[in-house]
Design a protein around this ligand. Structure first.
Ligand code: 5GP
Ligand code: MN
Length: 336
């Protein structure tokens, strides 16, 4: 779709969302399962903005706040679930209401529902859908919505939204980084946020256990004959031997993506209950969101994920097969 049309549609939706917010006094916000910095930063940044407007807000993250994101100002206010009555529900960074996990019914039960998101998913929900997959981070949409509400970000809001934008753009490296991203980041910097502080907190340190686990990831790496698909895995036994938790694998897939010749990188992690979490990254020619969708997941063209409820070896086989099929000339290669 043409960018001017997308921008004007987004503006219409932002105006509708702002009107719904002005009309409500009690608002509940929720982000997606296994939250990242975009989910939590958007939740906290919008929550702080709405409080400045005098709203009573409840902030829900169904999977809580992982240790590594506890540098975000106000994270202690986030609850894993809530009971009460509100006039408006807002879902953040979730493509499909099911991504809200245990908060799905809570958000959908509200008299009005706003969906603020930037994924390509096929299942938008809510009365007002502020969904724009051309935007780099949900945090950018939150910034634009606050502008619409005439709230200039203070230091706290800026820190939260900087975390959202910096991480979802891969530190302003990914192709989703636009001139508008930088304009928003500039405004956040002016309001007091520093990109370095986010980088240090999220990427700039690694526990000893996670370091050992990274060693296992690197020794267990494989690739296709042509080197275009690179993958690796860590199993329960690796976590136990290294004394590491699931959070330790943040950034692991990037260690695979940078292997020379890789067009697609896939990281498999065996979860506590036996199913397998899959992270996919592409250099852009393969739409990994489509591959993830084959397994009930989703994401963006260059970055996606899914959960496969199978033992690790068969999950790996099936996903790598699907990636091979998605390679641009896979169809041509299959010809006799
Ligand atoms: P990650 O690999 O960092 O966990 O996720 C990369 C991207 O894929 C993120 O934008 C995330 O929202 C999306 N994603 C990851 N896992 C899932 C999933 O299970 N379902 C859906 N719909 N999206 C996912
Ligand atoms: Mn996001």
């Amino acid at each position: 779709m043409n960018p001017t049309f997308l921008r004007s549609r987004r503006q219409t939706k932002l105006t509708e969302a702002a009107a719904a917010i002005r009309a409500a006094t009690r608002i509940v916000l929720a982000c997606h399962l296994r939250p990242d910095a975009d989910a939590l930063g958007s939740l906290l940044g919008l929550g702080a903005g709405l409080r400045r407007l005098g709203k009573a807000v409840t902030l829900v993250s169904p999977d809580g706040v992982p240790e590594m994101y506890r540098f975000l100002p106000g994270w202690e206010q986030i609850v894993p679930g809530a009971v009460g009555d509100w006039e408006l529900g807002i879902g953040l960074d979730a493509d499909g209401s099911d991504r809200l996990g245990s908060a799905e019914s809570l958000i959908l039960a509200q008299p009005r529902v706003i969906n603020l998101d930037h994924h390509t998913g096929p299942d938008p929900y809510g009365d007002i859908q502020v969904v724009d997959s051309s935007i780099a981070a949900t945090g950018e949409l939150v910034y634009l919505l606050l502008q619409e509400l005439e709230i200039a970000p203070d230091a706290e809001i800026a820190a939260c939204l900087m975390a959202a934008v910096l991480t979802d753009t891969g530190c302003f490296r990914f192709s989703n980084t636009t001139a508008e991203t930088f304009r928003i980041a500039a405004a956040l910097r002016e309001a007091g946020a520093t990109p370095g502080a986010v980088y240090d907190a999220v990427y700039g340190r690694r526990s000893f256990g996670a370091t050992l686990l990274l060693g296992r990831l690197l020794t267990q790496v494989s690739r296709t004959e042509d080197g275009r698909v690179v993958w690796s895995w860590v199993g329960r036994a690796d976590f136990e031997a290294c004394g590491a938790t699931g959070e330790a694998t943040e950034g692991f897939v990037d260690q695979l993506r940078i292997v020379e010749g890789a067009e697609v990188a896939v990281f498999f992690r065996e979860a506590t209950h036996g199913d397998v979490r899959v992270s996919l990254r592409s250099r852009g020619r393969v739409n990994v969101a489509q591959v993830a969708a084959e397994f009930g997941g989703g994401g963006h063209v260059p970055a996606a994920g899914c959960t496969v409820e199978e033992a690790l070896p068969s999950a790996m086989n099936r996903v790598i097969d699907a990636v091979r099929r998605a390679l641009p000339d896979a169809a041509a290669l299959a010809q006799p």
